[in-house]
Ligand binder design. Structure first.
Ligand SMILES: Cc1cc2nc3c(=O)[nH]c(=O)nc-3n(C[C@H](O)[C@H](O)[C@H](O)COP(=O)(O)OP(=O)(O)OC[C@H]3O[C@@H](n4cnc5c(N)ncnc54)[C@H](O)[C@@H]3O)c2cc1C
Length: 284
């Protein structure tokens, strides 16, 4: 078990890891890629350095590795808490006493007619939170990555059937679906339809799928998804933290773009530093 697991190897996560490692605590950083800085061309407003986003990210990661921070390049699917945090990735499971969520800005909801309208009326963003409400029923998972498969698998034990709606993004993971109640539908979605609750998915080829619930799991799971699973407070796609970067869940912290505010490297680094020092106090 680690003292601390940090999800995200962008400026917020790496900054926190420097403080935690130098305090002699065990820390694991899990990051899928370098995050927002991958797309940033030349950065001219960060103190002391002018470089591309990628270069700045790589300097930070190299610095963390040089002081002994362990970084794993994995995708996190879910977090649970049962006297310790357990993080599940595409490679395995890891436990820790504290967790820092630093996965960057939240993704935008898929632009499919009906998603916003049926939020709370059949549209859900968390299989583990809401799956039980759909026990014995037919549901769908919207998404085509590994996260969508993970959510479908969570649901498959509770519901009658799960259809993964890839919305045309054909995937190659069909071997995972042998002998299960999970099927894949690669049709393009036209809209989600219903009355006071969602009733069906309509596809552009005029076929329909009767459905009781749709779980949105597009792309990669975000800090918001993790916070939601653990019962941490969220406001308009931002995790609510206090000035110590603490969420309302003891041992769960968040920093960087996922808490909103000025979405810049300097703020992410500062919030990571605050989270790191506060986590050290928490562990001790
Ligand atoms: C095009 C562009 C230009 C920008 N220009 C500037 C600029 O000039 N100056 C400036 O200060 N800022 C700029 N920014 C903003 C800056 O990049 C961000 O504010 C900063 O990177 C936020 O840091 P972060 O650590 O919160 O998140 P990020 O840097 O986004 O890092 C998030 C990390 O979380 C990981 N992650 C996410 N989900 C998962 C998962 N499920 N499992 C595992 N890992 C996961 C990612 O792989 C990544 O490692 C720019 C951003 C963009 C997109």
């Amino acid at each position: 078990m680690y003292d601390v697991i940090i999800i995200g190897k962008g400026p917020a996560g790496i900054s926190a890891s420097l403080y935690i490692k130098r305090a002699n605590l065990s820390v694991l950083v899990i990051g899928k890629d370098i995050g927002a800085l991958e797309k940033a061309k030349i950065i001219e407003n960060y103190y002391g350095i002018t470089a591309t986003g990628k270069e700045i990210a790589q300097i930070g990661i190299k610095q963390a590795i040089s002081i002994g921070v362990l970084i794993k390049n994995e995708e996190v699917f879910s977090i649970s808490y049962d006297d310790k945090f357990e993080i599940e990735t595409n490679q395995g499971k890891y436990q820790s006493k504290a967790v820092l969520l630093a996965t960057g800005a939240n993704r935008i909801s898929p632009k499919i007619k009906g998603i916003k309208e049926f939020e709370g009326k059949g549209i859900s963003y968390c299989a583990i939170c809401d799956g039980f409400l759909y026990r014995g029923q037919d549901v769908a998972v919207l998404g085509s990555g590994e996260y969508a498969f993970h959510e479908a698998q969570e649901l498959s034990n509770i519901v009658k059937s799960v259809t993964i709606l890839t919305n045309g993004n054909r995937n190659t993971k069909t071997e995972k679906l042998q002998n299960s109640n999970i099927t894949i539908n690669n049709n393009l979605i036209k809209e989600l339809e219903g009355d006071n609750i969602i009733r069906k998915v309509k596809f552009t080829d005029n076929t329909e799928l009767p459905i009781k619930g749709v779980f949105v799991a597009e792309g990669v799971a975000t800090s918001i998804d993790f916070a939601r699973k653990l019962g941490a407070k969220i406001d308009q796609n931002k995790i609510i933290v206090n000035s110590k970067m603490e969420t309302n869940i003891p041992g769960l912290y968040a920093a960087g773009d996922c808490i909103g505010g000025l979405l810049q490297i300097s703020t992410a680094v500062a919030e990571g530093a605050i989270a790191g020092t506060e986590i050290i106090k928490f562990i001790r």
